[in-house]
Design a protein around this ligand. Structure first.
Ligand SMILES: [Zn+2]
Ligand SMILES: [Zn+2]
Ligand SMILES: [Zn+2]
Length: 198
């Protein structure tokens, strides 16, 4: 089992291409590894530190660099780990089982393509930023619920809105994020209710 192959996948923020690499579990546990994009810019690093790995990943979602600490046993065995962009909460990196990483990377690629299609990602990026931080506050105080009884949500960000998605039923609530009126309307709401599926 020590020669088990692990895969690493992310989207390069510089060129928008998927970056995929395989390393043996042995190589991963022996020393820090770096995975550089073919364009020569983006580089992911995974550095063993005791029972954990310190991961630095260039984020194909927001363009920043994110750091994360991941338990070594999750990284070296089983399905693996997915890292989410803390800015947008969208997944930006996978490390683990070869087949799972390949499949997940294809999904990331499709999402990245979609984003490229609407040139300017946000109608107003300042408003979008404010709306996202407001939503983060509301979710932090457990203010998002669904008529199905579900609590909390995942978020999908598009150009002019943020969709809150119920983890239980998949119902959606669209929060507009394009104008200062959108922001004002959100700021006076203490809780948000997803109206469920259908
Ligand atoms: Zn690149
Ligand atoms: Zn990010
Ligand atoms: Zn629900």
């Amino acid at each position: 089992m020590s020669e088990e192959t692990r895969a690493i996948g992310y989207i390069c923020p510089d060129c928008g291409k998927p970056v995929y690499a395989e390393r043996t579990a042995f190589a991963l546990s022996a020393a820090a590894v770096g995975v550089v994009c073919a364009c020569g810019h983006g580089e992911l690093t995974a550095e063993p530190a005791g029972d954990t790995y310190r991961i630095t990943v260039p984020c194909g979602v927001c363009g920043g660099d994110h750091r994360a600490e991941v338990p070594a046993k999750k990284l070296l065995r089983g399905g693996g780990v997915a890292l989410a962009c803390p800015q947008t909460r969208q997944l930006c990196c996978y490390i683990g089982d070869v087949y799972r990483v390949e499949a997940a990377l294809r999904d990331l690629e499709i999402a990245a393509e979609k984003k490229k299609d609407n040139e300017d990602p946000f109608v107003d990026s300042v408003i979008m930023y404010e709306v996202l931080s407001e939503l983060k506050e509301i979710t932090a105080r457990d203010g998002v619920s669904c008529v199905c009884g579900g609590r909390g949500c995942s978020m999908e960000v598009s150009g002019a809105a943020v969709d809150l998605i119920c983890p239980d039923c998949g119902g959606r609530l669209r929060v507009p994020a394009a104008t200062s009126e959108d922001l004002d309307r959100l700021c006076c709401q203490y809780t948000l209710t997803i109206r469920g599926r259908g």
